[in-house]
Design a protein around this ligand. Sequence first.
Ligand SMILES: C[S@@+](CC[C@H](N)C(=O)[O-])C[C@H]1O[C@@H](n2cnc3c(N)ncnc32)[C@H](O)[C@@H]1O
Length: 256
Amino acid sequence: MTLATGTTPPGVSGEQQAARWVQQMFASIAPKYDFINHFLSFNIDRSWRQALVQQLSPVLASPAARVLDLCCGTGDVLLDLQRVAASRIMGADFCHPMLVSAQYKARQKGFEAPLLEADALQLPLARDTLDAITISFGFRNLANYAEGLKELHRVLRPGGMLLILEFSHPPARFTRAAYGVYSRVFLPLIGRIVSGSAEAYSYLPDSIRKFPRADELSEKMSNAGFIDTRFELMTGGIAALHTGIKSSDRGLIVPG
Ligand SMILES: C[S@@+](CC[C@H](N)C(=O)[O-])C[C@H]1O[C@@H](n2cnc3c(N)ncnc32)[C@H](O)[C@@H]1O
């Protein structure tokens, strides 16, 4: 099987078109994103995000650390990080309406979130600046996974940590079958009724189906120069939390 190089939304050709499609799709569902997200996952997504925040706690304890929550969307992870961290937390996303929601939620909690409107494949940040990058349910949507990892590697400092929380593929046959029916039948139906967008919620299961397995993503991380790459399957493998460290040895970076 050929591994997907990046997301391929329906009817698009080329990476630029794919990125534009993703950006517009999230803009169209931004006001309802949070509600649908928690509703469709029976709130389990909250515990997945909590696991990510937990993994990062040693870094978050340092006031000098700089952390980027990339593809921050409406800011669920960003706000969780802000709540527990002593470090400086910043969010970035390329979809303006998602960032507007994130800022609104931050203000509701009494603070201003440092937000960057930027493409994950071309971050306006210097090399070796960040101590950690978190990216939850955003990586799958990138138009080029290898280029994305290369860019994240560039902006992390040597020894910096990358955490990717993403949907995955349940290894057990029963869980896979049950989840397959849920994601192909119920999820698009409920998503369409609540959000009014048929394409967003048929894209979701389709993009998950095409996304690399956890071991394949882990290998891509290693190929991009990350060391100590690990992953933990969650909820029977419906989601996976990946971690990796930017090696101090620049010679390890392998393009592609
Ligand atoms: C499924 S949402 C996840 C939002 C949030 N991290 C969460 O856990 O709920 C994916 C987000 O990734 C953003 N995104 C996708 N591709 C991106 C890219 N190339 N650069 C920046 N943001 C991107 C989308 O705009 C969207 O807000």
